[in-house]
Design a binder for this molecule. Structure first.
Ligand SMILES: O=c1[nH]cnc2c1ncn2[C@@H]1O[C@H](COP(=O)(O)OP(=O)(O)O)[C@@H](O)[C@H]1O
Length: 227
């Protein structure tokens, strides 16, 4: 369990780096397979390293506020301006995986059309992608390497492969949320997701416990450990 501290305490600590991430979510009228109402959209990201996490990144509070930094990161990663305020802040924790890193977590509710716009923009990646593409073609000519190789390196540097929707439903044999939770997550993002789903009332305590139990069972089965 990551140790929680207050936002104020976090900002007075010296020698720490700060990472800010956000859960963007909203209500939805869409139906899965045209039958199962999905009720809510919750966005996460598939990172360059294959781990799931929330959009966001490192922020330097001596240069900008945590919230301005998070908005900037979102703009760079997704290409959409999303204003974030202190009222969106939900927790600050000492990172369980990185020494001297504080992870700040935010939640923001958006409309279904805003979320869909984010998803589309994330596919097209960042706003400066066009500029970067021009730069890449120049570099590729100078270095005599293929443009495609440079583009791959560039996308890896952006550290995002795309937005993913968290399946909040249960299908047969653990499909849906339990299966999703059995994947690998960066740092404490899995715990952030679970507490946010509960805090926003998107799932009941019982549903969350069931999903976590089934996900654990799947992980054990996959690793060949029956206990
Ligand atoms: O969704 C998240 N929740 C909590 N911590 C995260 C999440 N994503 C990344 N981190 C932590 O924050 C650090 C910096 O995040 P990220 O890799 O997004 O920033 P960057 O793109 O600015 O390098 C990561 O090394 C990881 O330890």
């Amino acid at each position: 369990m990551a140790e929680q501290i207050t936002r104020e305490d976090a900002l007075t600590r010296e020698g720490y780096r700060h990472a800010c991430h956000i859960m963007l979510y909203g209500d939805s009228s869409a139906k899965l397979f045209g039958k199962i109402p999905i009720k809510h959209i919750v966005l996460m990201q598939m990172r360059f390293d294959g781990l799931l996490g929330f959009p966001g990144g490192l922020v330097n509070p001596s240069e900008e506020t945590l919230e301005a930094g998070l908005s900037r990161e979102l703009h760079e990663e997704v290409g959409v301006a999303v204003p974030v305020g202190v009222d969106n802040h939900v927790s600050s924790c000492l990172s369980p995986s990185c020494p001297r890193l504080i992870t700040h977590f935010y939640i923001k509710k958006m409309t279904e059309s805003e979320l869909k716009e984010m998803e589309k923009a994330a596919v097209a990646t960042a706003t400066d992608h066009g500029l970067e593409v021009k730069t890449l073609s120049v570099i590729s000519r100078v270095c005599k390497c293929t443009y495609k190789i440079l583009l791959c390196i560039f996308l890896i540097c952006l550290q995002v492969l795309g937005m993913v929707r968290v399946p909040l439903y249960f299908l047969k044999n653990g499909g849906g949320l339990p299966y999703f939770l059995s994947h690998s997550f960066i740092s404490n993002s899995r715990a952030q997701l679970l507490s946010a789903l509960q805090r926003c009332g998107l799932l009941s305590q019982g549903e969350l416990e069931k999903a976590v139990r089934q996900a654990e069972q799947m992980r054990r089965t996959r690793s060949g450990d029956p206990h």
